[in-house]
Design a protein around this ligand. Structure first.
Ligand SMILES: NC(=O)c1ccc[n+]([C@@H]2O[C@H](COP(=O)([O-])OP(=O)(O)OC[C@H]3O[C@@H](n4cnc5c(N)ncnc54)[C@H](OP(=O)(O)O)[C@@H]3O)[C@@H](O)[C@H]2O)c1
Length: 337
C-alpha cells in the first residue's frame, strides 16, 4: 500500500468514526459524562443501597418515581410534600414493590414555602433515622405565562418555593452531613436553570438561582470532599409539572391535562438521576434530542444557541396559545413511560 492509499484509509476511518459518534449523539439522552458513568462508573445498586434518602416532592412525577427506584435499591426513605394522602399512596406502593419494611419509610408532610417548619421536620428525620445520607431537593413548580401578563406574586412565589424552600431544607440538613463528613445533596434543577425559556421567566430565574447557589456552595464545601453537591438539569419529562404550573397568578394552575407522551419517560430520567448520584457528578443534563443539542450549543456555541432558542421559542409560545403542550412539536419521536 502506498502512502496516498494509507492516508485515504486513515481519512475514511476518521470520517466513519465521526459519523458513528454523531449518530450516537443523536440517540443520546444524557450528557456524555453521564452516559459514560452509566456504562463504566459506579452503579446505583452498589453505591446507594442502604442509604437514608430524604425526597421532597415525593407525591408525584419525578419524586414519586425516585421513591420507587430507591426502594427497590433498598434505601430507607423519608417522603415529603404537602399532600399526606398521596405520600401514603406512594409509601404503600414502595412496600409492595420492594423488600423494605414499614420502619424503613417515614412520611414527613412538608410545605417548602413554610420555612418556619423546616427545622422541626429535619429534627424529626434525624431523631428517627439518626442520619441523612442523601437529600433530594425535588419539590417544585413550573410556570406557563408571558411576563407581560404575569403578576409579581408569581415571581415571588416561584423564588419562595423553588429557591428559598430548597435553600432552607439544605440549610437544616447540611450541618448533619458536615458532622458525619459525608453526604449527597441532589437538586433537581432544570434545562431552564441553564438556558432562557419563554413562558417560564420566573421558573427559569428560580432554577438559575439554584444553579448559582449550589455551584457556590460546592466550592465552600471543598474541605469536605465526601459531601457531593449534584445539580440535575432535566429537559421535558413526563409528570404533572405542566398541569401544576402556575399561570398569570401564583394561585392559578394550568390545570388541564395535555398529551405528555413526547417527553422523556419518568423512569429513564430517574435512572439517570441515580447514576448521577452514584457517581457524584456535579452537573448532569438529562434530555432527549433536540434538547440535548441545545444544552451543548448554549455551553459551547452560545450565539447559535441564542439563534435557535429565539426561533424555537416563538413556536413554543404559539403551541401554548393554541392549547397544546408548549414542547409538543419539538420531539423527534414518541416516548413510552
Ligand atoms: N417534568 C419536567 O419536565 C421537569 C423538567 C425539569 C425539571 N423538573 C423539576 O423536577 C421537580 C419535580 O417536578 P415533577 O416534574 O415531578 O412535577 P410534579 O409531578 O408536578 O411534582 C411536583 C412535586 O412537588 C411537590 N410540591 C409542589 N409544591 C410544593 C410545596 N409548596 N411544598 C412541598 N412540595 C411541593 C408536589 O407535591 P404536593 O403537591 O403534594 O406538595 C409534587 O410532589 C421540580 O423541581 C421540577 O421543577 C421537572
Amino acid at each position: 500500500m502506498d502512502a496516498l492509499t494509507c492516508l485515504l484509509c486513515l481519512a475514511l476511518g476518521c470520517l466513519l468514526y465521526a459519523v458513528i459518534q454523531f449518530v450516537r449523539f443523536l440517540k443520546a439522552d444524557g450528557d456524555l459524562t453521564l452516559l459514560w458513568a452509566e456504562r463504566f462508573g459506579s452503579s446505583p445498586e452498589s453505591n446507594l443501597r442502604g442509604s437514608v434518602v430524604w425526597v421532597t416532592g415525593a407525591s408525584s412525577g419525578i419524586g414519586e418515581e425516585l421513591c420507587y427506584q430507591l426502594a427497590k435499591l433498598g434505601a430507607s426513605l423519608i417522603l415529603s410534600s404537602r399532600r399526606e394522602a398521596e405520600l401514603l399512596r406512594v409509601k404503600k406502593r414502595c412496600l409492595e414493590i420492594s423488600s423494605l419494611e414499614e420502619k424503613d419509610l417515614l412520611i414527613v408532610p412538608l410545605d417548602l414555602t413554610d420555612l418556619s417548619t423546616h427545622q422541626a421536620a429535619t429534627d424529626k428525620v434525624i431523631k428517627y433515622f439518626g442520619r441523612i445520607d442523601i437529600l433530594v431537593n425535588n419539590g417544585g413548580r413550573s410556570q406557563r405565562s408571558l411576563f407581560v401578563d404575569t403578576g409579581l406574586d408569581v415571581y415571588q412565589g416561584l423564588i419562595g418555593l423553588n429557591y428559598m424552600g430548597t435553600v432552607s431544607i439544605t440549610k437544616h440538613v447540611l450541618p448533619h452531613m458536615i458532622e458525619k463528613k459525608r453526604g449527597k445533596i441532589i437538586t433537581i434543577s432544570s434545562i431552564t436553570g441553564l438556558i432562557g425559556v419563554p413562558l417560564s421567566t420566573g421558573y427559569a430565574a428560580s432554577k438559575h438561582a439554584l444553579q448559582g447557589f449550589f455551584n457556590s456552595l460546592r466550592i465552600e464545601l471543598g474541605p469536605y470532599p465526601d459531601i457531593a453537591v449534584i445539580n440535575i438539569c432535566p429537559g421535558p419529562v413526563q409528570s404533572k409539572v405542566v398541569e401544576n404550573a402556575c399561570t398569570e397568578e401564583f394561585v392559578q394552575s394550568v390545570g388541564a391535562k395535555t398529551d405528555q407522551s413526547h417527553k422523556m419517560a419518568t423512569d429513564r430520567c430517574v435512572r439517570l438521576i441515580l447514576v448521577s448520584a452514584a457517581n457524584d457528578l456535579k452537573e448532569t443534563w438529562i434530555a432527549d434530542q433536540p434538547y440535548l443539542m441545545i444544552y451543548y450549543l448554549w455551553q459551547y456555541a452560545p450565539t447559535w444557541g441564542w439563534w435557535l432558542t429565539q426561533k424555537a421559542g416563538q413556536k413554543r409560545i404559539q403551541n401554548f396559545k393554541s392549547g397544546i403542550d408548549a414542547d409538543s412539536t419539538f420531539a423527534f419521536s414518541k416516548k413510552t413511560s
